[in-house]
Each structure stands twice: as C-alpha cells, then as structure tokens.
Design a protein around this ligand. Sequence first.
Ligand SMILES: Cc1cc2nc3c(=O)[nH]c(=O)nc-3n(C[C@H](O)[C@H](O)[C@H](O)COP(=O)(O)OP(=O)(O)OC[C@H]3O[C@@H](n4cnc5c(N)ncnc54)[C@H](O)[C@@H]3O)c2cc1C
Length: 440
Amino acid sequence: MKRIYEDLAYVPPPHCWWWADVPDAPVVALTDDVRADVAVVGSGYTGLVTALELAQAGLDVIVLDAERPGFGASTRNGGFCCLGGAKASGKQIRRMVGNSGLRDWRQTEIAAVQSVEMLLDRHDIIVDRHSAGETLIAHTPLAWSKMRADTEEIVSNYGFTPSYVPADGLRAEGLGGPFHGAMTLPVGFALNPGKYHAGLLRAALEAGVRVHGYSPVLDIKPAASAWRVHCQAGSVLANRVVIATNGYSSEDVPEWLCARYLPVQSSVMVTRPLTASELADQGWTSAQMAYDTRQLLHYFRLMPDGRFLFGMRGGLRALPHVETALKHQLRRHFEKMFPGFASAEATHVWSGLVCLTARLVPYVGPIPQMPGVFAGFGYHGNGVAMASHSGLILADLVQGRLPKAQWPKLMQQTPRRWPLGSMRRALLSPVYAWSQWRDQ
Ligand SMILES: Cc1cc2nc3c(=O)[nH]c(=O)nc-3n(C[C@H](O)[C@H](O)[C@H](O)COP(=O)(O)OP(=O)(O)OC[C@H]3O[C@@H](n4cnc5c(N)ncnc54)[C@H](O)[C@@H]3O)c2cc1C
C-alpha cells in the first residue's frame, strides 16, 4: 500500500477514549484463497453498513481490514451524528448541481442522520446518545450576524427553522464561554462512536459476514469475470468489490484512487469527569454537541459521564514532534475557550484521518473501467451519518439496483485528481495559514 502520510498516521492510537471502552473484536487475518459474492475493503461505517445490508439480502460477504476492525476514523471520531459531509459551500454546490441539486443534497444530509437512527433501532445498538440537534457557536460578532443572515437559506433548503440564543442568553442555556451567540439546528445527536461501530460489527457477524482484520489488501486484479482481491497470506475471488477506505486509502488500492482523496488529520482530547463546581464556573452544562464558526473549527461536547470532548484540526505531518506540538496547541485552544475547565487534565488525546475530495463533496458510485467495483469516500470530517448512509447506497448499487436511500447528483460525480500527486498535502499549508488569519 502506498500511503501519503508518515507511518505514525497508520499505527494504533495509544490513547483513544473509545478504544478503552470497547474490547478488541475476535477476528483473525485471512490466510486462505476463498470465494465470496462481495469483498468489502475497509471495516469502518461505510464498509460495515454495506456488508450488513448485503448479508441481510442473502449475499455472501467478506470484509477485509488492514488492522483491527474499525481501525480508521469510525472509532476515533467526535461522535457528532450530524448534518454535513461536504466542505463545498452552498454557493459552490449550487454551481455544480443547481438549486434543486442543492436541495436534494441538504435533504440527503437529513436522511443520513435518519439512516443512523434506523440502524441503531433495527440492530438494538446502545450508544450513550445525547444532544437535541447540533449547536453552532459564533466566535465573533460578525459570525453571529452572518449566522442570522443564513436563516432563509437554511429554511428553504433544509426545510426547518433554526433557533437562536444571543450572547447575553448563552449562560442561562448552559452554553457559557467567550462566545457571541448560538444557533441550533434541530437534526442530529451525539453518540459513542466506538459503541456504534461495535454494534454494527456485532450485527454484521450475526448476519453471517466474514470479517478479517490484520489483512491489508495489496491489489485487486481482474480474474475471468470476477475480481481477485489479494492480501498477504490469502485472497478473495468476488464478483463485486467495494472500496470503503476513506482517509486511510492508499494510492494503489486500486490505482484509480491515486490522488482522488486527500487525508487530513483531526485531533481530539477527552478530559477526566468535570466537577460540579468546574461546570458552574464555566457556565457550560448543556448536553448539546457544539462547534464554532471558525474556518478551522473546534468541536466539543459534555458527555453523559461528565467528561468533556474537545477536537480541532490535526497536524500537517504525522511525526512525533509535530504530534507533541499539536497536543499543546489543542490544550491552549481548549483552555482559552473553556477557562473554567483549565485544571481538568486530558486523560486521552488522539488523532485520525478525515478525507477530502478535490470538489469538496463525497463520492459514492462505481469505479470507472472496473466493472463491479464501487467506492464511497470523501465525507469531509462529517461521516458518522454520511458514511453510514453511503453504505446503504452502496449495498443497492452492488445488487445492480437504484438505491432506496437518497443518492443525490452531487455524490455521483466522479472525483477528479488533486494537483501535486503524492505531494498534495502541501496544498493544506497555505489554506491553514489563510484560515488561521481569517479566524482571528
Ligand atoms: C478525529 C476525528 C474526528 C471526527 N469527528 C467526526 C464527528 O464528530 N462527526 C462526524 O460525522 N464525522 C467525524 N469524523 C469523520 C468520520 O469519522 C469518518 O468520515 C467516517 O468514520 C468514515 O468512515 P469510513 O468507514 O468511510 O472510513 P474509516 O472508518 O476511516 O475506515 C477505513 C478503513 O479502511 C481500512 N483500510 C484502508 N486501506 C486498506 C486496505 N488496503 N486493505 C484493508 N483495509 C484497508 C482502514 O484500516 C480503516 O479501518 C471524524 C474523523 C476523525 C479522524
């Protein structure tokens, strides 16, 4: 596998809170040459939901992951099951797919949250759910007035009306901090991403999916009218293949993916449980999942067990000294926004890879020139809902039918390549510098 980050980005995170909570699944590496109807590469939400749906439709499915199941972003994220999935603005999306295409996309964002609710319900997955929708916090007075100005666009595309809290009402709502107002969108909820993933894995195994961890796929070659998916010590001969590797993709599995995805690091910390006096000092007692209006945004939430989760963008490189500097930066940002929590140490800090595409929108569909091979990726750091939803779409595409789940035009455009090839990470550096300047 040819990957574009340093090795440190692809080793198990030593201190991920969700990993502490969920035991290692009992899966083994693939060591034989076997057959299946469908081989799925990647065992995050995209891969597992695809596999689960296919197995329930009676197909014989194998999931292969390079590491333990859920090794990637699906067990490292902030647990915001929320709207989103594209980084492109409404204006850019309108240019790509017109007014009705934008509306279809916004409705798909809502449908994606409902897809997760359906999966939780259907498979009895308990996820420590909290938060009624998501709350966006204005970091400047200008951001607050812009937020208000967006109301019409939100109502016409999402079809719901947001609610607002001005700066002087924040503390009474339990949203105390150096903020200038807040807007709540009434869709979405927070969950424990490790428990969500473990629930999907359990359901997939019960449905008969064969899941192999520690089995990196090295290449995918045509074999008669099927595909031979090669791992180190075994292979799968399958009529259909699904690539569900997102930010953990490599340039050569398959080669079509080369430079069509851009992994970006995001970092998260979780504190020890906060005390009642710390919560009162800060004035943050809300169970809402929240994020701020910065370009390089912070995301945060008070979890049901009293721990506080705080996340932001990660480093441009995965090297030990960059990780250490990043940890300090994360801490500084946290203490600046939440001075009342300054004495609460972080018990867990980790990073993971999210995935951007050059058009800044997700792709779910067939891989050109590889009949029977499909891919779903590029959720731009908002994949708890959208990756799950994409799994539902992929399961129908694999069976040769039009997806029942909403599959808007926006997600069907073949992703183009980023410039600079394997050096494309360099594109992030000026973007970060500009965003940091704008965020002040
Ligand atoms: C720190 C962080 C915070 C985030 N917070 C949020 C959030 O709060 N809300 C939200 O909606 N989204 C969030 N996201 C994004 C979200 O987690 C992802 O979009 C989503 O989990 C993607 O799921 P996936 O199944 O497509 O990919 P992943 O979960 O990344 O899974 C890809 C899998 O593919 C495997 N793989 C790769 N190559 C191979 C190969 N050649 N052979 C075999 N296996 C391979 C990897 O080992 C990995 O397990 C966050 C992401 C990160 C990193």
